[in-house]
Design a protein around this ligand. Structure first.
Ligand SMILES: [Fe+2]
Ligand SMILES: [Fe+2]
Length: 184
C-alpha cells in the first residue's frame, strides 16, 4: 500500500502540476485579482465624475477579471496544486480624464498579455500540454481586450477633449463594445 501512496515523481501527467507552473499560475491569479481591483477603483472614479456609461463598463470589467482569477484558481486546485488568494490593493484613485483611464487600461492589458505569453512559454518548456491548452482561452481573451481598449482610445481621439464629446462617449460606450465584440 505504501508504494501506492508515494508521491508521483517530478511528473505532472495525471499527478501534481510542475512547481514552476503552479508558481506561474499563482502569479497570473494575483495579476487577474489586481486587474479586477484596479478596474473597480476606476469604476468608482468614473461614477463619481458623472460618467455612468463608463462606470457600467468598468464595473462589468472588474467582474470579468474576477472570473478570470477564479477560473485559474479552480484549475490550479483541480490539478493538485494550491491556488493562493492574492493580496490586492486599490489602483490610482484619480485620473485627469477618460483618456488617461483608457490609456492606463491598454497599458495594463498589454502587461497581462506579456505575462500570459510567459506562462505559455513555460508550459512548452516543461511539456505541460494540459496547462498549455487551458491557457489558450486567456490568449484569445487578451486579443479581444487589447482590441477593445485600442478601439475605445481611437473613439476618444476622434471625440476630442470637450465636455460634449465626453458626454457622447460616455453615452455610447456600450454600443462601441458591442461593435468591437461583433468584429472579434
Ligand atoms: Fe483578465
Ligand atoms: Fe483584462
Amino acid at each position: 500500500m505504501a508504494a501506492l501512496l508515494a508521491p508521483v515523481e517530478e511528473s505532472y501527467f495525471g499527478g501534481m502540476m510542475h512547481e514552476k507552473i503552479s508558481e506561474a499560475l499563482n502569479a497570473q491569479i494575483a495579476l487577474e485579482g489586481q486587474s479586477s481591483h484596479t478596474y473597480l477603483t476606476m469604476a468608482v472614479w468614473a461614477e463619481t465624475q458623472g460618467f455612468d456609461g463608463v462606470a457600467d463598463f468598468l464595473y462589468a470589467h472588474a467582474e470579468e477579471e474576477r472570473m478570470h482569477m477564479l477560473k485559474l484558481m479552480r484549475f490550479v486546485n483541480e490539478r493538485g496544486a494550491v491556488a493562493l488568494v492574492p493580496t490586492v490593493h486599490a489602483g490610482p484613485t484619480s485620473y485627469q480624464g477618460l483618456r488617461e483611464v483608457f490609456e492606463s487600461i491598454l497599458g495594463h492589458e498589454t502587461k497581462v498579455t506579456e505575462n500570459i505569453n510567459g506562462v505559455v512559454d513555460l508550459c512548452l518548456s516543461v511539456k505541460d500540454y494540459t496547462t498549455h491548452n487551458f491557457m489558450q482561452w486567456y490568449v484569445g481573451e487578451q486579443i479581444e481586450e487589447e482590441a477593445l481598449a485600442r478601439k475605445l482610445l481611437d473613439k476618444l481621439a476622434l471625440a476630442g477633449d470637450d465636455n460634449g464629446a465626453m458626454y457622447l462617449f460616455d453615452r455610447d460606450i456600450m454600443g462601441f463594445m458591442a461593435q468591437a465584440s461583433n468584429k472579434a
